[in-house]
Write a protein that binds this ligand. Structure first.
Ligand SMILES: NC(=O)c1ccc[n+]([C@@H]2O[C@H](COP(=O)([O-])OP(=O)(O)OC[C@H]3O[C@@H](n4cnc5c(N)ncnc54)[C@H](OP(=O)(O)O)[C@@H]3O)[C@@H](O)[C@H]2O)c1
Length: 320
């Protein structure tokens, strides 16, 4: 089969590799599309130091070869029995196990779910990791309720587009931050009520507070924890799941406990979360936001666009 593999020195090669062999309880999927995530960049740069060469990619949709079913992939591996956190053997597809930047993938059958009927192949490959992260962060972790206000940092991020759409579908009021006024406008078209440009507004938490009160903040930037806690109301919740802006912070502890706030970490989601997400998608009228689609062979150009931060929504690779 043809696949994109990461080699030493951050090199990406489009090359012929042996077809994967399904093990016991596994099935082979002929992939139609693969979605990109920031994780793929971290795999490429060695920030996640997996053995190489490796096929990156956590998201994909395609046809199950043994049954002919149209499937979408749940990319969590060995989540475990608990719902509040994954077990010690938890992993994500696309490192160390070969991922979806390929024509074929062998996976445990339990990782394969019916493709949402109304989604195209590119839409189906775009949503799993990002929408699942958004779903768990909003509902399983923060317990977001209809009528509450949620602030999403970095409207352009792939995950953020799903946060906006899922929160709006659940009846919440949505606010965003972005470095781009244009992206704020695009987030409004997805269901956001307003936003603040964090690049041009010196004290953006104060401006966001004026648009609030904010019950929940979704923070994938990392370096912004203090600002997120400043922006959220007393008693509010901040959900953190990324470090796009940096992975170390200094926090002012007293206001945090005086104001009785909560800080939740989250990663991906359990198979039960994924089922809940699929149920929400069945009832939704919105579609995943696709920034751009390229052929598999042009994965490098797609990853470069992600590095530049020019995108809005998901980058997808078409396969076959
Ligand atoms: N824990 C998990 O399970 C999980 C799952 C998925 C993703 N993540 C993490 O979540 C983050 C987003 O992932 P993604 O795939 O959606 O990435 P992405 O599409 O590449 O999003 C990048 C966006 O982050 C925003 N950003 C960067 N610096 C910022 C800052 N200082 N303040 C506010 N926003 C800033 C920018 O938004 P604007 O262009 O609007 O300014 C940028 O476009 C990454 O850190 C990723 O590793 C974690």
């Amino acid at each position: 089969m043809q696949a994109i593999r990461v080699h030493e020195g951050e090199e990406l090669r489009y090359e012929t590799v042996p077809d994967p062999e399904p093990g016991t309880g596994e099935a082979l999927v002929e992939l139609k599309a693969a979605g990109l995530n920031r994780r793929d960049l971290l795999v490429r740069t060695g920030t996640y130091p997996f053995p190489l060469p490796l096929v990156p990619g956590s998201d994909g949709a395609g046809v199950r070869r043994d049954t002919g079913e149209e499937v979408v992939i749940y990319c969590g591996l060995n989540w475990g029995d608990r719902e509040d956190a994954p077990g010690p053997n938890f992993g994500i597809l696309g490192g160390p196990r070969d991922g979806t930047y390929a024509e074929l993938i062998a996976l445990p059958a339990e990782n394969l779910f019916p493709k949402p009927a109304s989604f195209t192949w590119t839409e189906a490959a775009a949503f799993p990791l990002a929408a699942l992260t958004a779903y768990r962060g909003l509902f399983t972790r923060a317990g977001l309720q209809a009528g509450e206000t949620v602030l999403v940092l970095g409207a352009g991020s792939g995950v953020s587009t799903f946060v906006v759409q899922l929160a709006a579908q659940a009846g919440a009021r949505v606010l965003v931050t972005s470095s781009s006024d244009e992206k704020i406008e695009r987030a409004k078209a997805l269901g956001a009520d307003g936003g603040v440009n964090y690049a041009t507004t010196e004290d953006w938490p104060a401006v966001a507070q004026e648009l609030g009160p904010i019950d929940v903040v979704l923070d994938s930037v990392g370096s912004t924890w203090q600002q997120s806690l400043d922006a959220v109301r007393p008693g509010g919740r901040v959900v953190v799941f990324g470090g796009t802006g940096g992975t170390e912070v200094t926090l002012n502890v007293r206001p945090f406990y005086f104001r009785q706030q909560s800080l939740y970490g989250t990663q991906l989601g359990s198979p039960r979360d994924f089922e809940g997400l699929l149920r929400m998608l069945e009832e939704s009228t919105w579609r995943p936001v696709i920034d751009s689609v390229r052929p598999l062979a042009e994965a490098e150009a797609a990853l470069d666009r992600m590095v530049e931060g020019e995108h809005f929504g998901k980058l997808v690779l078409e396969i076959g």
